[in-house]
Write a protein that binds this ligand. Structure first.
Ligand code: USQ
Length: 384
């Protein structure tokens, strides 16, 4: 298959590109390296140094004999998007090419507007290019579980049947997200659902939970192939941050009461889910939504798991309750459905003690790389 990976230089995009190349697909990456620029803006570095994309694809070819091609360009530039898609005519497009951080989007008016313009316009350019040049293409769009927020009722997979005044209809599940970033994905979902209805596009929206993990089968092959693992306050996700904090004997930074509950998944399962969506496309005209996570935990559950991981490795781990920099519920009902990917064949990698130990030991090996100044949350939701 011809597979186009948007955002193929990123934390998830690069391992996904190698995975499809490994199984023999013809992979083309698009990236504009802007994530590397955002890191510089906020004085952030990934845990371990990341090679240039040129070096990564060269190393990949040297080790496997397989070629990953890439085009450098911005999805906001529709001419670039049209040229690349009309030349490559992909069978599937995997779209990770967005600004992915809630804190980044909440820094200022500029970063909020930038996040929404970048994410919404990029996705619209892709939609229009598919409609114009390859309407059969299977678009797999990375959405987020955060689109739903934390409603006081069960979360369904994308759609909800509503009975109202004696009549019934299937509507998109109501959205109440917690950041301008999460809102950008809500806007994408609405635009894509409309494109399915009017043009008959084939779109799968993967509403992904919080991803953790450092390695995949392919990133383990060579240090040049590793992916960018973050523990900072802007791009680091909660479990990744806690494991790094524990490794340097710093207290775990629980925001507020720690009752915030989310869906979580291993980076290896991200790739498995995307593969299932590529290999099992939806119908033309169908806006298919799959909730992509394997287990739900509260922040406090994770802190306790990391404390125990420390104990197993002879380290004492403390907890610190910080004033929550975000505006979010800290104690709430949460029950999100996530059956459809398992029905397609997903075999989850659960968060076992062995998996926690493996990540923790990997971090301990390079503990001198950690910049402890990057733990404190600098961005506040109410700063305006
Ligand atoms: N949190 C802490 N302490 C920390 C960091 C985070 O208590 O040191 C809390 C946050 O307040 C929040 C929860 O942990 O309640 C999750 O925060 P996060 O930073 O791990 O994840 P989030 O901002 O929700 O965003 C991440 C990814 C985003 C993806 C989303 C999936 O950055 O790209 O869309 O997870 S989801 O959360 O399901 O919307």
């Amino acid at each position: 298959m011809k597979i186009l990976i948007l955002g193929g230089d990123g934390y998830l995009g690069w391992p996904t590109a190698m995975h499809f190349s490994d199984r023999g697909d013809n992979v083309l990456i698009i990236d504009n390296f802007v994530k590397r620029r955002w890191e510089m803006e906020d004085g952030i570095e990934p845990f371990l140094p990341i090679s240039t994309l040129h070096n990564r694809v060269n190393k990949w070819e040297e080790l496997t004999g397989k070629k990953i091609n890439f085009e450098i360009g911005d999805l906001q530039n529709h001419r670039f998007v049209y040229n690349t898609i009309s030349n490559f005519l992909p069978d599937a497009i995997v779209h990770y090419g967005e600004q992915p951080s809630a804190p980044y989007s909440m820094q200022s008016r500029e970063t909020a507007v930038y996040t929404q313009v970048n994410n919404v316009v990029g996705t619209m350019n892709i939609m229009f290019a598919i409609q114009k040049f390859c309407p059969q293409t299977n678009l797999i769009k990375l959405g987020t579980m955060g689109e739903y927020g934390t409603p006081d009722i069960d979360i369904e997979e994308g759609w909800l049947t509503v009975n109202h005044n004696g009549r019934s209809d299937k509507v998109m599940y109501p959205k109440k997200p917690n950041s301008f970033y999460h809102l950008s994905k809500v806007h994408d979902s609405h635009n894509l659902e409309f494109a399915c209805r009017i043009w008959g596009l084939k779109v799968t929206d993967l509403n992904q939970g919080v991803v953790y993990g450092i390695n995949t089968k392919q990133t383990n092959l060579d240090p040049v192939l590793r992916t960018s693992f973050h523990y900072d306050d802007v791009f680091g996700t909660v479990l990744n941050r806690f494991l790094v904090q524990a490794a340097v004997n710093m207290p775990l930074s629980i925001y507020g009461k720690g009752g915030q509950t989310r869906g979580f998944l291993n980076i290896r399962d991200t790739i498995a889910c995307v593969e299932l969506a590529v290999d099992n496309p939806g119908e033309a005209g169908e806006f298919r939504v799959l909730n992509q996570f394997t287990e739900q935990f509260s922040v406090m559950d994770l802190a306790e798991k990391v404390q125990k991981t420390g104990q197993r490795n002879n380290m004492k781990v403390d907890i610190k309750y910080l004033e929550n920099p975000r505006i979010e519920s800290e104690d709430h009902y949460y029950n999100a459905k996530h059956k459809k990917l398992e029905e397609l064949g997903l075999k989850p990698n659960f968060l076992t003690d062995d998996l926690l130990d493996e990540m923790f030991v990997d971090i301990l090996k390079n503990v001198e790389r950690v910049n402890t100044k990057l733990f404190d949350p600098r961005i506040k939701w109410n700063q305006g």
